[in-house]
Design a protein around this ligand. Sequence first.
Ligand SMILES: Nc1ncnc2c1ncn2[C@@H]1O[C@H](COP(=O)(O)OP(=O)(O)OP(=O)(O)O)[C@@H](O)[C@H]1O
Ligand SMILES: [Mg+2]
Length: 149
Amino acid sequence: MSVTSSLPLRPGESRILRGLSEQQALGAALAGALPAGSVLFLEGELGAGKTSLTQGLVGAYGFTEPVTSPTYALMNVYPAPGGPVLHVDAYRVRDVQELFEMDLEDLVRESRVSVIEWGEGLYAEYPDAPILRLEHQEDPETRRVTRVR
Ligand SMILES: Nc1ncnc2c1ncn2[C@@H]1O[C@H](COP(=O)(O)OP(=O)(O)OP(=O)(O)O)[C@@H](O)[C@H]1O
Ligand SMILES: [Mg+2]
């Protein structure tokens, strides 16, 4: 898997994704483009497609078991053959210090990629990490993805 291919979206760019398969395909494309040790932030309301995109990403690294956001555990590591993927759900986190106390920095360094949901409190900490916003559309069969940064 090449790490030199560029990200599928430029900052500010947005795209319509039709159906689960396109949502997962975007995740897979990101998997190929994100350098080792990088962070990817996902924003989006309930049902916007965060888990679907993450499933596509970890699937591209060869991990095919179901993925769910670690809302209560806060963090989960998927032992993908292509490298471990850290999945963080910061929805219930009041102070990002909680995550640093759980060794976030080491886990990010050791992971192939870290997907962080609801991670606004960490945007300044990882200034190079792309932020994707996922949104519902009028057409329930589609979602919009925007690269915010
Ligand atoms: N691009 C898309 N077009 C149409 N449906 C989609 C698309 N992406 C995902 N879905 C569907 O939307 C539903 C919710 O997706 P998903 O679970 O990934 O959202 P989520 O952002 O993780 O939601 P939550 O915040 O509840 O965890 C699923 O049924 C999924 O199949
Ligand atoms: Mg989810």
